[in-house]
Design a protein around this ligand. Structure first.
Ligand code: HEC
Ligand code: HEC
Length: 339
């Protein structure tokens, strides 16, 4: 049995920061606390405001294999809640049983992102969601057939009719519902959040040292910044890869070659293997990569620091990253409309 993970928007609770005025060697500064504190609200775009009905419909669509051409594959096939909303293989397998070109990224904490896909080619979650549905190697569907198929399903007729009384089942309404659901996907409260909220015993001394290295000499937080541990921007971190990433759209701009979007580090221990190619299997491999600094090429980010770690420091960084994972998440699968 798979453990489905349960998240709710209420998990982004409001915590008082009163305890932080006490200072000791191991306490972090108020400045850092403010920088890494979770937000208390999810922001929705003006043209796609939150509605529980729309999000519930979007959840059904996200889990429904009838969205694919061969009706064997849903968004969760590759963005599986049991694996941090990813797939635990280097390259996810699409509907034609062929591997895709890139590793499936998580869909957690994307509500605040200004661009999507590893190369940033989609600007909204709505625009993004069209890609996998229609891509021949992913879900291989087309919208006219998909809409006709959903119209045959009485419960979808009911839901779309209730929520979008004017237009009913349309491409735009399908994409709006999926995107609205995705904006509610937030990683749950973790030990790190308890620590930031003032509980000094929430994480180990090793993890505290790891945070110090992460935000200090290793410069990781130059890019993995804020509560979500990402700046949502594209960088070349010097990985060996044929993939040009953001460079595909700027062939003449040397600085954009091999650039990929910084992933969140929330729930990172659920989400191996790592990187756009899925070639790094463990967090230890990731740290070893940053220690070499990767390939020196004109596009490699100046924010990558030349650092060496002791064995203890590697352990500390890993202990710290592990505190970002929510314990026992439990996502309930929706019941899908019958035929
Ligand atoms: C066959 C596997 C597969 C399926 C099915 C799939 N995806 Fe993906 N998804 C991927 C891969 C691989 C990427 C990265 C592609 C890239 O960057 O070029 C991705 C990227 C994304 C992203 C971008 C994340 C980010 O950080 O920018 C979102 C959002 C997303 N998918 C949502 C969906 C939705 C919604 C569906 C269903 C309609 C879906 N995916 C179906 C494999 C899949
Ligand atoms: C220059 C910005 C930058 C810096 C500095 C940086 N990262 Fe990254 N990080 C990225 C980007 C971009 C990726 C994705 C790269 C790719 O797939 O090509 C990434 C990927 C990762 C991943 C894999 C995430 C996943 O979902 O696959 C981990 C873990 C990680 N970084 C940890 C660290 C640690 C630890 C440090 C410090 C030692 C660090 N990063 C420093 C930008 C950065």
């Amino acid at each position: 049995m798979r453990i489905w993970r349960h998240i709710t928007i209420a998990l982004i609770g409001v915590f008082s920061l009163e305890h932080s005025s006490v200072s000791s060697a191991q306490e972090i500064s108020q400045l850092l606390r403010d920088e890494f504190k979770r937000p208390t609200v999810i922001t929705f775009p003006d043209n796609a405001p939150y509605s529980p009905q729309v999000a519930t419909l979007g959840k059904m669509l996200f889990f429904d294999p009838r969205l694919s051409g061969t009706q064997n594959m849903s968004c969760t096939t590759c963005h599986n809640p049991s694996f941090g909303w990813e797939t635990p293989v280097e390259k996810a397998i699409g509907t034609k049983n062929v591997a895709l070109d890139r590793h499936a990224p998580t869909v957690l904490n994307l509500y605040e992102a200004p661009q999507f896909f590893w190369d940033g080619r989609a600007k909204t979650l709505e625009e993004q969601a069209e890609g996998p549905i229609t891509h021949p190697k992913e879900m291989g569907a087309n919208f006219p057939d998909l809409i006709a198929r959903l119209e045959q399903i009485e419960e979808y007729q009911y839901w779309f009719g209730m929520i979008f009384p004017e237009a009913g089942i349309t491409k735009s309404n399908i994409l709006t519902a999926i995107a609205t659901f995705e904006r509610t996907l937030i990683s749950g409260w973790s030990a790190f959040d308890d620590w930031i909220a003032g509980d000094e015993n929430a994480i180990s001394n090793s993890a505290k040292r790891g945070f110090d290295i992460f935000t200090g000499k290793a410069g990781c937080s130059n890019c993995h910044s804020g509560w979500n541990f990402t700046d949502h921007q594209l960088h070349d971190i010097g990985l060996e890869t044929e993939d040009l990433g953001g460079g595909i759209f700027a062939p003449d701009d040397q600085s954009r070659q091999h650039t990929f979007k910084t992933p969140t580090l929330r729930n990172i221990t659920d989400r191996a293997p790592f990187m756009h190619h899925g070639d790094l299997l463990t967090l230890r491999d990731v740290i070893a990569h940053y220690e070499t600094g990767g390939i020196q090429r004109p596009s490699r980010s100046k924010l990558i620091k030349d650092v060496k770690f002791t064995n203890q420091e590697v352990e500390d960084l890993i202990s710290f990253m592990a505190t970002l994972t929510e314990p026992n998440p439990n996502i309930k699968a929706p019941s899908l409309p019958p035929r």
